[in-house]
Design a protein around this ligand. Structure first.
Ligand code: ASN
Ligand code: ZN
Length: 322
C-alpha cells in the first residue's frame, strides 16, 4: 500500500485530536506573551537526508499525512508545557523554531533529537509502527532539546541516564497536562501505541513500574531497574542510559504521587527548576541531581515544606539518599 493509503487506516491519536484546533502562536501566560511557537514539519520520504521537504509550517492546516500532523500537534503540546507552565519560550528559552522530519528511513525503528531537530521513523511494521503514534515519544525527543540547552549532561552512565530520565519525565508530563490527569490516575507510560498488534508490549517504559511491568523477553522493551539495588552495570547503550533511567524516573513518580494532583505543577516544577538551575553539569550523577532537586524544592516551597519532604523521601526510596 502507498504511504497515504496506510495512513488512512489509522486515526489521529485522540489525545492530540482534542488539541488540534487549540494551538496557535503567540503563546500567552497570565495575559503576557511568553513566546512564539514556530513549527516546521518535513518529509524525508523514507530517505535518510535531513531535513527533507517542507510539509507543514506554523499556522497551516492539517496535511492529511498522519505522522506529520501528529508531530505538529505533539510539538505544540510540548511547547505549551514549557511556555504556559514554566514561562520558557521553546527549548532554548529564546523561541527556537521547532523542526521535525517524519518518514525518516526505510522501516526505521526509532526516533531521535539530532542536536538541532527531531526525527521520526515509520517503524518496520512488524514490531513498531510510526513513532509519532505516541505523544510521549514526541515530547521525549523534544525534551532532549530542552536538556541540551539547559544542562551539560554527558550522554554516558549516570549523567546519560539522567538525560534520558528528563525526557521521560517531561515526556509524560506533556501528556498528563494535555489530558488533565492527576498523578494518581495517570498511566506513567512512555511510548504507548507505537507497537504493532503483533507485539504484546504495552509501552516502551513505565515510570510507575520500571521493568516489573514488562517482560524483557518481549521485543522492544527496556528492562529497567526501579532502585539502586538493581542498577545495571553495562557498556552497551552508553552505559545503560535507557536502562538505569528507570531509577530517577521512579523517584520522580514517587515524589509526584506523594504530593498528588497535577504532577506538572508540583514535582514537575521542582524538576524544571533543577534542570535550569545551572548546576546540572557534565558528570552530574544521581546523588548530585537528587540534591539539586531537593535544593530546588526548598527554594520554591521552603525548607520543611511537604514538597521538599516528598522529594527527599522519593530519592531515599530508590536508594539515592538526599
Ligand atoms: N529514541 C532514542 C532516544 O531518544 C534515540 C537514542 O537512543 N538516542 O533516547
Ligand atoms: Zn531519549
Amino acid at each position: 500500500a502507498s504511504r497515504a493509503a496506510r495512513h488512512a487506516l489509522v486515526e489521529l491519536d485522540p489525545v492530540l485530536q482534542n488539541r488540534a484546533e487549540a494551538l496557535s502562536a503567540p503563546v500567552r501566560r497570565g495575559g503576557a506573551v511568553v513566546g512564539t511557537l514556530h513549527r516546521r514539519i518535513h518529509d524525508a520520504g523514507t530517505r535518510e537526508e535531513l531535513p527533507g521537504t517542507l510539509l507543514r509550517e506554523e499556522g497551516a492546516t492539517a496535511t492529511g499525512d498522519l505522522a506529520a500532523d501528529e508531530a505538529y500537534e505533539g510539538l505544540g503540546a510540548t511547547y505549551a508545557l514549557l511556555s504556559e507552565e514554566y514561562g520558557r519560550s521553546s527549548v532554548d528559552g529564546m523561541g527556537k523554531a521547532l523542526h521535525a522530519t517524519v518518514h525518516y528511513g526505510m522501516n526505521y525503528d526509532n526516533a531521535f533529537w539530532d542536536g538541532e531537530q527531531m526525527v521520526f521513523g515509520d517503524g518496520d511494521g512488524e514490531i513498531f509502527t510510526r513513532f509519532t503514534a505516541s505523544l510521549t515519544v514526541i515530547s521525549h525527543e523534544l525534551t532532549h532539546g530542552f536538556t541540551q540547552y539547559s544542562t551539560n549532561l554527558e550522554y554516558q552512565g549516570q549523567s546519560g541516564a539522567l538525560n534520558e530520565s528528563l525526557s521521560d519525565v517531561f515526556g509524560v508530563l506533556v501528556e498528563q497536562r494535555l489530558l488533565g490527569e492527576p498523578a494518581e490516575t495517570a498511566s506513567w507510560l512512555v511510548g504507548k501505541g507505537i507497537f504493532t498488534d503483533q507485539v504484546e508490549g504495552e509501552a516502551l517504559r513505565s515510570l510507575k513500574a520500571p521493568g516489573t511491568a514488562f517482560d524483557d523477553d518481549v521485543l522492544g522493551k527496556d528492562p529497567q531497574p526501579a532502585t539502586m539495588a538493581d542498577y545495571v552495570e553495562t557498556s552497551s547503550d552508553n552505559g545503560g542510559v535507557h536502562i538505569n533511567s528507570g531509577i530517577p524516573n521512579h523517584a520522580f513518580y514517587l515524589a509526584a504521587t506523594a504530593l498528588g494532583g497535577p504532577a506538572w505543577e508540583g514535582a514537575g516544577r521542582i524538576w524544571y527548576d533543577a534542570v535550569v538551575s545551572g548546576s546540572v553539569l557534565t558528570d552530574c550523577d544521581f546523588r548530585t541531581f537528587a540534591g539539586t532537586t531537593h535544593d530546588a524544592a526548598v527554594q520554591r516551597f521552603g525548607a520543611g515544606s511537604r514538597e521538599a519532604g516528598a522529594v527527599a523521601g522519593a530519592w531515599t526510596r530508590v536508594g539515592v539518599p538526599v
